[in-house]
Design a protein around this ligand. Structure first.
Ligand code: ASP
Length: 308
């Protein structure tokens, strides 16, 4: 058990296939992940809370158009944006989440507003937007969230569907952002935000805003933020499964995370991964696909970022 902080982030399991990744593009992803780590690290290094650090890291990821959340979110099949986000702290398992929302610049801040300003955990529709308005969070119009790359992914995906081709390009299918942290006091927190899956139906909600599926934090065990085929993560209650294995079977974070991602997820044909931090500050970043944009910062260590 260390007294230092740990911060681990991800920019989704929807990485560009390595044969289409250029050095220039890779450098852009590494630089963006490094900026995000710096934002969260600054809070933890000043004795800030894990909750504030994961919120700051996810806001930075949402503001970065390279990733599928906030600015740069993918499109539904109607060409609209519907965003999901959740945040949770491990001390008392307080949580807030929003699903299918459009408008707030940073959906993760809307999730935190649900946690702190209401008696509820998960909100949708006008009610969720009202909470964001009451919290005076900034809103944006559609052009802020638009990126040509996501639009091209939508049209390519719809075209492939019409031609009956199977879309197995993860960079089109996946994407989400998230952060988990342990602060110097030993508290854990997790935050996840996503535009969901490209060409999803209107009204579809994935695993990210569902506590125990794509997001979870419990100081006794771990904090988790997931990315991948949301339907399979929901069916497996991935985050809760790892938390329960640690608390009830005595498995380490590494063992539990490797088992759930490497075996359970794979057995159901699901693709993706997650970032997790344990009560002792250890961390894991398992995935069963080609890559996952990710990075970590451990007290007194260098910031590190990876793609494949
Ligand atoms: N898990 C997200 C969702 O299903 C998407 C992703 O991470 O690729 O909405």
């Amino acid at each position: 058990m260390t007294n230092g902080f740990t911060l681990v982030i991800h920019g989704g399991a929807g990485v560009l296939p390595s044969d289409t990744m250029t050095d220039e593009k890779a450098a852009g992803y590494h630089a963006a992940l490094d900026r995000v780590l710096a934002a969260g690290e600054a809070i933890l290094a000043a004795d800030g809370s894990a909750l504030d650090a994961v919120e700051a890291a996810v806001c930075a990821l949402e503001d970065e158009p390279l990733f599928n959340a906030g600015r740069g979110a993918v499109f539904t099949r109607e060409g609209t944006h519907e965003m999901d986000a959740a945040i949770m702290e491990g001390r008392d398992r307080r949580a807030g989440a929003v699903a299918g929302i459009f408008g707030p610049r940073n959906p993760i801040r809307s999730a935190r507003a649900v946690m702190e300003r209401t008696d509820h955990v998960l909100m949708i529709g006008e009610g969720a937007l009202d909470v964001a308005r009451q919290a005076e969070l900034p809103f944006e119009e559609a052009d802020y969230f638009f990126t040509q790359e996501r639009w091209d992914s939508l049209t390519a995906t719809l075209k492939m569907e019409r031609s009956g081709a199977l879309d197995d390009d993860p960079s089109r299918r996946h994407g989400t952002v998230g952060a988990v942290a342990r602060d110097r006091s030993g508290a854990l927190a997790a935050a996840t935000s996503t535009g969901g899956m490209t060409a999803k139906r209107a009204g579809r909600v994935g695993d990210s805003p569902v506590i125990g599926a794509g997001t979870l934090a419990d100081n006794r065990s771990c904090a988790i933020s997931a990315t991948g085929d949301g339907e399979v993560f929901l069916r497996l209650s991935v985050a809760h499964e790892i938390d329960a294995r640690i608390r009830l079977t005595g498995e380490t974070l590494d063992q539990a995370a490797a088992r759930v991602v490497g075996e359970d997820l794979t057995a159901l044909g699901g693709s993706g991964g997650l970032v997790a931090v344990g009560a002792d500050g250890s961390f894991a970043t398992p995935f069963n696909c080609e890559g996952m944009y990710r990075g970590w910062s451990v007290e007194d260590g260098p910031r590190e970022t990876r793609i494949y």
